[in-house]
Write a protein that binds this ligand. Structure first.
Ligand code: PEP
Length: 253
């Protein structure tokens, strides 16, 4: 799976031109699941444009209730209604800017699953945690916290996004090396095995995020435990997103 997290970018008109271009570029992709996660305001436009294509739709957040007096929030049923198959939960920007905790992410993930919306659950350590040698403990604790009470992992996607590697387009921020990322992905799979079982651990998709770009996608995707990417800045232009999708497709040949 290669998923685009557009964050707070793209008007509906911009999204429309992007999708017109991307659809042509990826029409022959058959092994890789392509997911676009636009801002809420562009979901409707993108949904209409990707009908009959090989692209799926995801949102970037949701509130954990079906409906209610909760001004300014969007429910999982609304996301299903507008065509979403996926929802990104617990992105580090939600955690750092809005104070979301593993418990919040867990509530959202459980409600998403109840509404048959598949969560892409983001986890990842900060630079301070990495420097303190705390990465594996943080990852295990986030996974356990986010997955509490989720009995069936079918369709749940985990995205490992080391916070120190998320660039937002800043060229000075360096991504994890393929070896560094593989080590943590393998640890994530073992924690999932500890919580669930071997079959679940083997089948769960673990995406890497934290500057997957055309230059490093093939090397990251060649790692045995990296099953795809959650792509931020490089997903904002079809010309930089397409080579990442093509690298994913080739990695499965
Ligand atoms: C992200 O924040 O999900 C992300 C991966 O960003 P970038 O690709 O810009 O590092």
């Amino acid at each position: 799976m290669i998923a685009a997290n557009w964050k707070m970018h793209m008007t509906s008109a911009e999204a429309g031109s992007y999708v017109t271009d991307l659809i042509k570029r990826v029409k022959d992709i058959s092994r890789t699941e392509i997911v676009l996660c636009p801002p809420f305001t562009a979901l409707g436009t993108v949904d209409q444009m990707i009908a009959h294509s090989n692209i799926k739709l995801g949102a970037q957040n949701m509130y954990p209730a079906e409906k209610g007096a909760i001004t300014g929030e969007i429910s999982p049923l609304m996301l299903k209604d507008i065509g979403c198959s996926y929802v990104i939960l617990g992105h580090s920007e939600r955690r750092s800017i809005f104070g979301e905790t593993d418990e919040d992410v867990n509530k959202k993930a459980r409600m998403a699953m109840e509404c048959r919306l598949l969560p892409i659950i983001c986890i990842g350590e900060t630079l301070e945690q990495k420097k303190a040698g705390d990465t594996e403990r943080v990852i295990a604790s986030q996974l356990k916290g986010c997955l509490t009470g989720i009995g069936d992992m079918e369709g749940v996607v985990i995205a490992y996004e080391p916070v120190w590697a998320i660039s937002g387009g800043d060229p000075d921020i360096k991504p994890a090396t393929p070896e560094e990322a593989q080590k943590i992905h393998s640890r994530i799979r073992s924690v999932i095995q500890e919580i669930y079982d071997k079959d679940t651990a083997e089948s769960v998709l673990i995406l890497y995020g934290g500057s997957m770009k055309p230059e490093n996608a093939a090397d990251l995707l060649a790692q045995p435990d990296i099953d795809g990417g959650l792509v931020g800045s490089a997903s904002l232009k079809p010309e930089s997103f397409e080579p990442i999708i093509t690298a994913a497709e080739k990695s499965q040949e």
